[in-house]
Ligand binder design. Structure first.
Ligand SMILES: Cc1ncc(COP(=O)(O)O)c(C=O)c1O
Length: 381
């Protein structure tokens, strides 16, 4: 079937595992020409939908080296680490790192000879002190989970540069609308596209983009050789999500600020963690570093009755913040770190991190703000 005269406005979903070649000569060009001569061969290596996704994220992040789209955020982390590390290398991370990343690094990659160590984020900036001779990579998040500690990205990037160590930033909570870590001097940016990039809670995906084209090539090689590539339909869904990313991030952020201000005054709330609040310890840093005056849609709260029973009552009463252990969808949700991201820790370890039984994390969606406030008011009352 010849589709040349058809010009769809939206890229179709190339739901095919393989592409046809007209001749052996064309096949040869595919294998030998730079960028395969613009051709596609086998969807484990590349296909138009993931290319469209990566091209757009790279444009938003200012990533000249391109990158790769993977079947989940964590597969993106795997590709990023393997792109620059091998057995015998060491990765340095903040102790506040997302639990899934900790499991991948400390339980799986450690078995392949890549070691990881953790220091509190506040100490991480002294890379010279915490590095080992074999440290190749520092991994950090722009906003920590669940207490929204703000990273000083330019400071960390400078410390890494001075030590000749690469910096990978997880920007899943922020997206390129709120921050562009490559502008600070980071080497790679990683997104769980399951979160804001996709934005509709209907896919799992990852995207990693790099400043350096050579790292970009390694990312693609690893994704091909390990079978990490994101499928066409999910790539297409993520691209559709990107088309409204700017609008969504604005509304998520505006709503979260309204919700945070409301919660901060409510007698049933002991503490609100949101970088957009002037009382947040990282507010000034966030203000100087986050773009467009936006602080994102994630916030956490500590109930005045700091117990699991009170958290359960909130969960039962709220209609618009269902308990769903992910984030960043257009519809609001809530998560309970004690039983999800931090369930592997002892109660004492959680308390040391500030995660007490009355801490809930809200992912504020793009609903009408008055409806969110009304729901929270009735749930808290
Ligand atoms: C901050 C952060 N990074 C990475 C991930 C991993 O992404 P995925 O679940 O798409 O593998 C998550 C998942 O919750 C996350 O919260």
């Amino acid at each position: 079937m010849d589709l040349t005269p058809i010009h769809p406005k939206v890229t179709p979903i190339y739901q095919t595992s393989v592409f046809k070649f007209a001749s052996l000569a064309e096949l040869e060009t595919y294998y030998t020409a730079p960028d395969h001569g613009g051709m596609y061969g086998y969807s484990r290596s590349e296909h138009p939908n993931s290319d469209e996704l990566v091209t757009e994220v790279a444009r938003l992040e200012g990533a000249a080296g391109g990158g790769v789209a993977t079947g989940a955020g964590l597969a993106g982390l795997l590709a990023a680490v393997l792109a620059v590390c091998q057995a015998g290398d060491h990765v340095l991370c903040p102790a506040e790192l997302y639990g899934g990343s900790v499991v991948l690094l400390s339980k799986e990659l450690s078995r392949l000879g890549i070691e990881t160590s953790y220091v509190p984020l506040a100490d991480l900036y002294d890379v010279a002190r915490h590095r080992r001779p074999n440290t190749k990579l520092v991994l950090a998040e722009v906003l920590s989970n669940p207490l929204l500690v703000v990273l000083d990205g330019p400071r960390l990037a400078q410390s890494c540069r001075e030590q000749g160590i690469l910096l990978l930033i997880d920007s899943s909570f922020t997206s390129p609308i709120l921050t562009r870590p490559l502008d600070w001097g980071a080497d790679m940016v990683w997104h769980s596209a399951t979160k804001y990039l996709g934005g509709h809670s209907d896919l799992t995906a990852g995207v990693v983009v790099a400043r350096d084209p050579e790292i970009g090539r390694h990312l693609r090689r690893i994704a091909t050789n390990l079978g990490l590539m994101l499928a066409p339909l999910d790539s297409w869904l993520a691209v559709r999500g990107l088309k409204t990313l700017r609008l969504r991030m604005r509304q998520h952020s505006e709503n979260a600020l309204v919700v945070a201000r409301f919660l901060a005054k409510h007698p049933a709330i002991a503490q609100v963690f949101y970088p957009g609040l002037e009382t947040h310890p990282g507010h000034e840093l966030a203000e100087s570093q986050l773009l467009n005056g936006l602080y994102g849609g994630m916030l956490s709260l500590r109930l005045a009755d700091d117990t699991m029973a009170a958290a359960e009552r909130f969960i039962q009463q709220s209609q618009l913040f269902p308990l769903a252990p992910s984030l960043a969808g257009v519809a609001s949700s809530c998560s309970y770190p004690t039983a999800t991201s931090h369930r592997g820790l002892t109660e004492a370890q959680r308390r040391a991190l500030g995660i007490t039984p009355g801490v809930l994390r809200l992912s504020v969606g793009i609903e009408e703000p008055a409806e969110l406030l009304a729901d929270l008011a009735q749930a808290l009352d």
